[in-house]
Design a protein around this ligand. Structure first.
Ligand code: HEC
Length: 186
């Protein structure tokens, strides 16, 4: 008669064989799925609710974690909101359609869509907005601005986004009129 110890060993060995077989079948199944082309990468395809939930959850958790140690990069300096608006109008507006404006053809086709930062959108904390603007969001059209703009400039944009969140279409038009467009030399 086998001892209790031998019986346990037998069960563990059996379980390991089953887990190992399942893992191999899973990897082979995954590779067949990847190479088969059945997954449609078209941006025009609407994500299923499960995929959408998974992508939003990963994005939100990642931003929360990575932005947790961020601090105001220019503490003690009042942000230059007008400068933030200038950068926003030059670099962001073509994707993040402000309230009262029609989206550019490019922005209509995004998957995921770019938020407008209007009163109906949830706004992240300033530190999270800073982290996203500096680093971008992988696998989406949102680029990283850190390589092109200084932390101070990104903080100015964040300050403008906070104001934008409270703005009406008329407020946006007013700031757009007040601040002249700088002519860019290529
Ligand atoms: C080429 C298009 C494009 C440009 C240009 C762009 N963005 Fe984005 N941005 C996106 C898209 C698309 C998303 C949505 C990503 C997602 O949902 O995962 C996004 C998301 C964001 C978010 C996260 C907001 C949220 O609540 O999820 C912030 C903050 C942001 N962008 C800031 C900016 C700023 C500031 C600029 C300009 C300096 C900018 N973006 C320029 C496309 C763009």
């Amino acid at each position: 008669m086998s001892s209790l110890f031998e019986k346990c060993l037998h069960v563990v060995r059996h379980s390991l064989v089953i887990i190992g077989t399942l893992a191999v079948v899973g990897v082979i199944g995954g590779l067949i799925f990847m190479y088969s082309g059945v997954f449609n990468v078209a941006a025009s395809v609407k994500d299923s609710s499960v995929l959408s939930w998974a992508l939003v959850t990963v994005r939100e958790s990642s931003i929360k974690l990575h932005a947790r140690d961020i601090q105001n990069p220019v503490a003690g300096v009042v942000p230059d909101r007008d400068n933030g608006f200038r950068i926003y109008r030059q670099e962001c507006v073509m994707c993040h359609t402000p309230i009262g404006r029609s989206p550019k053809p490019m922005a209509v086709g995004f998957n995921p869509q770019a938020p407008s930062f209007g009163p109906d959108d949830d706004l992240m904390t300033p530190e999270q907005l800073f982290w996203v603007t500096k680093n971008g969001i992988r696998f989406t059209p949102m680029p990283a601005w850190g390589p092109s703009y200084k932390d101070k400039e990104i903080w100015d944009v964040v300050d403008f986004l906070k104001a934008l969140h409270e703005m009406t279409a008329a407020d946006y038009d007013a700031i757009d009129k007040r601040i002249p467009v700088e002519v860019q030399s290529q």
